[in-house]
Design a protein around this ligand. Structure first.
Ligand code: ADP
Length: 238
């Protein structure tokens, strides 16, 4: 009980802090955008470049703050009131369609490889489940090479449904495998190849899975690819 209270208090604190940081940060970003667009900086190329660098850092900070905000919302007690039967196949279908736009640049093929069942209901929080799958798909895109294929799929095993996101990207080095779910951690090979990232995405994914009493695992070989599996309990009779 005490541990639960402490956790809730900590979450509340992070929620408040990230919220308080976000508003002024947005103000800074808007002002910078205005200055970059309308600031008559033609004669001051160095100043223009510096402003752009400041804006890039602020954008990155905003991504981090938003991730923290999402994480703290996980522990929000009221959140469970919004739990309902969520249909995951249509959510994943929509995400695959949406992410297809992001794959154009690298010419990646993103497919939903579905099994027999066309609907899978899980009791849970729709927004968090959606964000969880979005994180896994965007990671797969981020860590894939050009012209590769990403497969999203699912199968039923008894009263559970197992979802996967399979890529043929950079993979996760053996020595880093037990660290990638801890917050703020990014593997060496990922840091070398992609500049952006907070290391909070997978932590969020794992927390959402835990919240829904599911299981997360992965299979990965460096330079061959990675498959993430999420096992969730289905709502019976659907
Ligand atoms: P971020 O993407 O912001 O770096 P994540 O928490 O989503 O952070 O992921 C943590 C780390 O796990 C990544 O930096 C990367 O090293 C590794 N990782 C996650 N997904 C994949 C993937 N599909 N392929 C290879 N490495 C991955």
């Amino acid at each position: 009980k005490k541990e639960e209270e402490r956790r809730a208090f900590k979450a509340e604190l992070v929620l408040l802090a990230s919220h308080e940081i976000r508003s002024p940060l947005n103000g800074v970003i808007w002002s910078l955008e205005d200055l970059i667009k309308n600031g008559n900086l033609e004669k001051d190329q160095q100043g223009f470049k510096t402003l752009q660098l400041i804006k890039e850092s602020c954008d990155y900070l905003l991504v981090t703050v938003n991730s923290l905000l999402n994480l703290s919302l996980l522990d929000n007690k009221i959140a469970k009131k919004s739990w309902k039967n969520v249909e995951l196949v249509s959510i994943i279908n929509d995400l695959v369609k949406k992410f297809k736009l992001n794959t154009l640049e690298k010419d990646i093929t993103l497919d939903l490889d579905s099994s027999l069942l066309k609907v899978v209901y899980v009791f849970g929080d729709e927004d968090k489940l959606k964000r969880m799958f979005a994180n896994l798909i965007s990671n797969a895109i981020k860590h894939s090479k050009e012209k590769s294929t990403i497969q999203v799929g699912y199968k039923i095993e008894g009263e559970y449904c197992i979802f996967w996101v399979k890529d043929t990207g950079i993979g996760i080095p053996v020595s880093e495998k037990n660290k990638i779910f801890s917050g703020f951690y990014r593997a060496n090979n990922a840091r070398e190849k992609t500049e952006s990232g907070t290391g909070l995405g997978l932590y969020y994914v794992a927390e959402v899975v835990k919240l829904h009493k599911g299981e997360i695992s992965f299979d990965s070989k460096e330079n061959i690819g990675t498959t993430f599996f999420v096992k969730l309990k289905k709502v019976i009779n659907n």
